[in-house]
Design a protein around this ligand. Sequence first.
Ligand code: NAP
Length: 262
Amino acid sequence: MTKVYGILAHPAGHSLSPAMFNAAFDASGIDAEYRIFDEADLGRFLELSRDLSGLSVSLPYKEKVVEHLNFVSEDVKAIGACNTVKIEDGRLSGFNTDWVGFLEALARPVSGLRVVVLGAGGAARAIVYGLVKEGAKVVVLNRTVEKAKKLAEEFSCEGFGGLPDLSKFECDILVQATSAGVSSRSDVLVDVEYLKRVRPVVFDIVYKPLITLLLETARNVGCEIITGEKMLLNQAVKQFEIWFGREAPKEVMRGALVENLK
Ligand code: NAP
């Protein structure tokens, strides 16, 4: 019988996951399909979902889904958010692949490196968790300073502050993990003079547009840049491995992702 997987999000219509996973299923000869579940009533949806085989979970459900799960991984417990559900015999198991997707996209050892993370939402939480786990010295800056403080204290970071505090912190890597700039390219959080002076590697996890205004500015002053679709791809690759216990066809997934980002 064809197994059913899907993305649980609201809104979900723009998701790139169906393209990546349906291409992966085809390439791997797996009898499965990947759908979009744009839901409003989470509890009822999960009750009716026990015949499904797995879910990717995105905004606004990553935190809310946790209380409905039968098993949660240590990562989910620490981060407080789940982006991957595996469903077996009606039991829901929750995992988080955002942090490992981020680290794989970064593609370098981070132990001892100074990293400033802009943002303190769900994605930033997973990123800070991964960075601290790997021994980076992390500072969290956020529009709402209280949230930065809470996150930094929870994961024993080196510091926290508001976004305008960036100039006080030197860093090797600067991670943009807010949703600013998604709706308007005029939302620039980082002063070009800071980029010129500090020359960090700049990673913007936003992938629409692929080259955000921050990345464009950073590239123009000679910084190495990392685009957000690399995290998206790597977290999806880990989801595939959790669901099927085998290596994902990463290049096929990358091809489908890039094609659908155009
Ligand atoms: P979230 O939980 O809603 O958090 C949003 C964050 O953005 C908060 O820190 C919020 O600050 C900040 N923010 C929103 N608008 C802002 C503005 N105008 N100026 C400054 N800060 C602003 O969202 P999330 O799940 O963390 O996702 C954040 C972004 O990352 C989204 O664009 C999402 O698409 C992207 N993302 C990418 C990947 C990937 O694989 N590449 C994975 C996950 C998420 P306050 O706390 O002050 O509200």
